[in-house]
Design a protein around this ligand. Structure first.
Ligand code: 6CS
Length: 356
């Protein structure tokens, strides 16, 4: 087994975190630095790790040493669901919360799991995720109702299907046991393609594939490489159906108690990280596809044609109604807003490229 969270989930760490309680803002002059804990859902060397390490460097530098940030990579604190609970309780101050896992807590966030809603242009998606204030305000309302402060969202690259057969039409998914993250909408979504979706923790995917408990999974390229999934799969299928989106959260009581200076510091670092992480994910996804090609030359890499993508798009359309059913009126408003924002930014991008 390449990576097993259970074996490394150090139960000693959790009580330690809980015992530490909640820090407030920056420490007073001369006092020991205040510690901010940041839990991520990926291992060292990942996109989320790059984000958290840069966050740590910038905060520590710009707070003049008053704040020390400790990053907890995946495998030290628990599954995504457990990390979310730690952020809700204030045992960690910051966390990554992927919509693929958060949907059972906040149904609205499953907006970021809908296929063929985002633009084919990743820069458009990043612009919408990073800059759309109305979208952020609506999402934050849903997050605050569940004891989380929404800080932002970013793409980690296209979700890529891996399997032991070519999947080029929805019919190819027939009966395929595909591992999904645990948000309820993902079950309905993959059932629309005729697949047999199997929710599972990230740490269990490698052994699940190796032991043939599952046939397929879906993740960005950098993760397929660093988690070793390519070792136990034969095909990689690029359909540009959805970028992997992560959201960054804080504990609300901690966030509200920050001084204005510290809150502005967090916000400015977050804004700076939007561009930084976009470049990191682009580089990591490109480099690691090359690593996979080199380590496994017989890997079959498939890019779906526009006609093939259109068939998946058509099959996926009923999921939009299902989303509204699951996420209610605020979900309906979010979907409408997201579609409008993507259209607006796409039009602006097209106009800007015509002018240059
Ligand atoms: O598939 C998953 O569960 C995970 N995938 C990535 C790329 N990040 C975190 C998430 O938990």
């Amino acid at each position: 087994m390449r990576f097993c969270l259970r074996s490394v989930l150090i139960s000693a760490l959790l009580p330690m975190l809980v015992a530490c309680g909640q820090p407030s803002g920056t420490s007073e002059a001369g006092a020991a630095p205040t510690e901010w804990k940041f839990a991520i859902e990926e291992i060292q060397g990942s996109v989320q790790d790059a984000y958290a390490q840069k966050f740590k460097a910038l905060i520590e530098q710009r707070s003049g040493g008053h704040v020390k940030v400790t990053v907890y990579p995946y495998g030290t604190l628990g599954t995504s669901a457990q990390i979310t609970e730690l952020a809700q309780s204030g045992s960690v101050q910051f966390a990554m919360a992927s919509p693929g896992h958060l949907g059972s807590v906040i149904p609205e966030v499953q907006l970021f799991l809908l296929h063929f809603v985002f633009s084919d242009d990743e820069e458009v998606n990043q612009e919408v995720l990073a800059k759309s204030r109305p979208l952020q305000a609506l999402l934050n309302k849903a997050y605050r109702a569940k004891e989380l402060q929404y800080l932002g969202a970013f793409t980690e690259g296209w979700m890529v299907w891996t399997a032991n057969k070519a999947i080029t039409t929805p019919a190819d998914f027939d009966g395929v046991k595909i591992r999904t993250m645990v948000s309820p909408l993902l079950l309905d979504l993959y059932e629309l393609y005729g697949a047999n979706p199997t929710p599972m923790a990230y740490s269990e995917v490698y052994s699940g594939l190796q032991l043939h408990m599952i046939d397929a999974q879906v993740n960005p390229v950098f993760a397929i490489e660093e988690m070793g999934f390519y070792e136990v799969q034969q095909d990689m299928i690029f359909a540009k159906q959805l970028p992997f989106i992560a959201t960054v959260v804080a504990n609300p009581a901690f966030y509200d108690a920050l001084s204005e200076t510290d809150r502005a510091l967090v916000q400015s670092v977050k804004s700076e990280l939007d561009d930084y992480v976009f470049d990191v994910q682009e580089r990591l996804n490109t480099e690691r596809l090359e690593t996979i090609r080199q380590k496994k030359p017989d890997m079959v890499i498939i890019h779906l044609s526009e006609a093939q993508r259109a068939a998946f798009r058509k099959a996926s359309l009923p999921i939009r109604e299902k989303y509204v059913e699951l996420a209610g009126d605020s979900g309906r408003a979010l979907l409408k807003m997201l579609l409008a924002e993507i259209e607006r930014v796409s039009a602006a991008t097209a106009a800007a490229s015509r002018d240059t």
